[in-house]
Each structure stands twice: as structure tokens, then as C-alpha cells.
Design a protein around this ligand. Structure first.
Ligand SMILES: [Zn+2]
Length: 263
């Protein structure tokens, strides 16, 4: 699946699981967790960027180019050890990314800023990075510096509208990463066996597009990455993400207040 499609499917998946406001009298999401609209919107921003994290094993992916030589060097290192669609495309990697988010989230390094009050730096940096990855990949902003400026502004706004990120932040990272795996699972190349690094390969003669000779698995209903079917699915997901985000935004007076005071 292409980078932008991963990003928008991360947004849509988060809104489907966490969204709880109504459109035309119908709930727009499952509302699985007890989150207010500010936390739902903030989680959507994070899930959008987190849905790109597994592709840090690909040096030419947008996420790998998002902070110039720094992220390129990380991507080259990960790629040389894990290859593309290897270790970072596993449930183990989802657990590691989520665990790192929980760790960063617990860093008690509060900054007291004028107007905004106390901001937890660890959480703000994580939110800023995820927002920078997402906005650049979705081509909402261009260049090397602008996505990071947008990311910092978003992180500060989110510190106001969703100041307690203990649950929604790591949850959004997990949802974003899992959505990436599902997206790649639906393409021809698939992803590593679910229990990786324990890989079960199919017995001789039983290898197929679904359970491949290498042990990779796929449900290739989208065909090759970037197919017309993938574009069609992601057009629907983009519409869903836009409607649910806007509805949640207008249901959150704090979010509107944060936007109006920052502009
Ligand atoms: Zn991928």
C-alpha cells in the first residue's frame, strides 16, 4: 500500500474505533473507549502518522525522508537489518512501537508555557512527529521544515484540547501501526507470518498467494500496491475520515477554541 493510503487508513481506522459523535442521527464510530471529542481528534492525528511507522524499513518512503539525513540513516540501518516488509511489519513491532509511545508518554518533563500552561514535552514531541509524518505524506504541506512547524503547532494545540494522553496516545500509535499491517496484508506481497519471529512455512505443494513459500501471509483483495482497487478504497476512507474528523471537531468546543486562539 502507498504511503498516503496508509496514512488516511490510519485516520479512518481510529475514527471508526474511537469516534462517538453522530452524523444525521447515526453514530460515526464504535466509540470503544471513553474519550471526549478533543481526545478523539488528537488520537486521529497521531494514528495518521503512526500508520507510517512500519515503513521506516524503506529508505525512500516519505517517513524515512521526513527529517533529512537523520531519518534516512535510521531507515537505511533498519532496512539493512530487517529488509522491507520484514521485522517492522509484525505484531511484535506494533508492541515495540506502542511500548515506546508509552515510555515517551511517561517522561515527566513538563514545560510551563504562557497561555497554554503546563505541557508534557515527551508527549508533545511524539504528537508533533506523528503530525509531521502524516501531513507531509498526505501532501497537506510540503518541504522539509514546514511539516515540523505544523507538527509543533498541532502538538501545542493538542496539549490544550487533550492534556491527559496516558491512554489515547499509545492507543492511537497501536491502531495506526496495526492499520498499516492490515493495509499491506491486503496486497499481493503480504506481511510476515503473524507470530514472527516464529515463522511457519507451508508444507511442500501448499504454498499459495495467501500462505506464501517464505511464510508471509496475504489476503490480496487489493492486488499489487497502488492498484485501482487500493485507490478506490482509500477514496472512500478519505471521505469517511474527513466527515468524521470535521463532525468531531465541531463537537469539541475546546478544539475550536484552541484553533481560534492560535490563529
Ligand atoms: Zn508497509
Amino acid at each position: 500500500m502507498m504511503g498516503g493510503h496508509h496514512a488516511i487508513s490510519g485516520t479512518a481506522a481510529w475514527m471508526a474505533l474511537a469516534g462517538s459523535v453522530q452524523v444525521l442521527g447515526h453514530p460515526i464510530g464504535l466509540g470503544l473507549w471513553d474519550l471526549d471529542s478533543g481526545q478523539v481528534i488528537s488520537g486521529a492525528v497521531v494514528a495518521t502518522g503512526a500508520a507510517l511507522l512500519p515503513d521506516v524499513d524503506h529508505p525512500s518512503a516519505t517517513i524515512s525522508r521526513s527529517a533529512g539525513g537523520f531519518t534516512k540513516a535510521i531507515a537505511r540501518t533498519v532496512s539493512s537489518f530487517a529488509g522491507h516488509r520484514g521485522a517492522t511489519h509484525t505484531l511484535l513491532a506494533v508492541a515495540v512501537f506502542t511500548g515506546l509511545a508509552m515510555l515517551v508518554n511517561t517522561v515527566d518533563w513538563a514545560l510551563r508555557l504562557p497561555v497554554l500552561g503546563e505541557v508534557q514535552t515527551g508527549a508533545a514531541l511524539l504528537v508533533g512527529a506523528m503530525c509531521a509524518f502524516g501531513t507531509r505524506t498526505l501532501k497537506m504541506v510540503d518541504g522539509l521544515l514546514l511539516p515540523w512547524i505544523v507538527g509543533i503547532v498541532a502538538a501545542l494545540m493538542i496539549a490544550v484540547i487533550a492534556p491527559d494522553p496516558a491512554f489515547w496516545l499509545p492507543a492511537a500509535v497501536a491502531v495506526g501501526c496495526v492499520t498499516h499491517l492490515v493495509g499491506d496484508l491486503l496486497t499481493t506481497d503480504g506481511i510476515p507470518f503473524p507470530t514472527w519471529p516464529l515463522v511457519a512455512k507451508p508444507p511442500k505443494g501448499l504454498a499459495s498467494d495467501v500462505w506464501q513459500r517464505s511464510g508471509d501471509v496475504a489476503l490480496p483483495i487489493l492486488g499489487d500496491a497502488g492498484s485501482k482497487r487500493e485507490w478506490l478504497l482509500c477514496t472512500v476512507l478519505t471521505a469517511y475520515a474527513a466527515i468524521t474528523m470535521l463532525t468531531s471537531l465541531f463537537a469539541s468546543p475546546n478544539a475550536l477554541l484552541a484553533i481560534s486562539t492560535s490563529s
